[in-house]
Design a protein around this ligand. Sequence first.
Ligand code: AMP
Length: 285
Amino acid sequence: MQTLETITAFRAARADLTGSLGLVPTMGYLHEGHLELVRRAHAECSHVAVSIFVNPTQFGPNEDLARYPRDLPRDLELLQAAGVELVFAPAVAEMYPADFGTYVEVQNVTAPLEGARRPGHFQGVATVVCKLFNIVGADRAYFGQKDAQQTVVIRQMVRDLNLPVEIVVVPTVREADGLAKSSRNVYLDPAQRAAAPVLWRALQHAAQLYEQGENDAELLRRALHQVLAQEPLAQVEYVSAADPHTLMEIEGPIRRGALLSLAVRFGATHLIDNVTLAARADSAA
Ligand code: AMP
């Protein structure tokens, strides 16, 4: 495994590879969710590259950039054991030199949900992912369903800018109690950690109502709220039953499946999760 810190060095190492390349972009502090993306990339590509970069432009001024967890030596051990060939771990100045001045702005799908809660977040995400695609030259790039809106934003960017990369979305990896694995879970104190599976319980409850025939989007949103309300440590930021392509809230009956998603704060820690409801024969548009 080679770890490269500069764009020039990475491109040189990449040029030595033949066959297809899969890219897994991460902010490090790796867990099973990231490693699942690596496994999927290995299954589908000749070589795998992982980027580790805590991207400052996707953090708001009051967010957790300074305290975002980092452990590069441990990350590199995990990636070596996972058979990764190339790691790109640049410094901030390598990605954003002092005279940097170009940003990628994806419209519409960045407006609701996380975009409303975190102004500028998706501009930072789209910009860094576009840069990574240009630097790495991957055939496929792997993203987690846990960050559902991010996958919609990236797909839109790839379509709009004709980026020559295939986007693959990998199902969310969870703890035994249903909590979606996240680098941010380390922020939770024991009481918050015990309460956090309420996100998954709420999503499962609403998905079950849908399975049983409930089709009304507002009722499913209310069902999410009802379960979350049972957990006093959970401060709800939003619940959503949205069109999976436009991310607009569905009003009335669900016709093409829906993305149920939610964001919940435990103290200063924000957690997100989601499920996609399968489009049902009885509700086909
Ligand atoms: P991050 O390091 O948090 O920016 O995540 C890097 C990539 O890993 C993103 O595409 C995430 O969606 C994905 N990811 C994070 N957590 C999980 C998880 N629990 N299951 C699957 N993918 C995940």
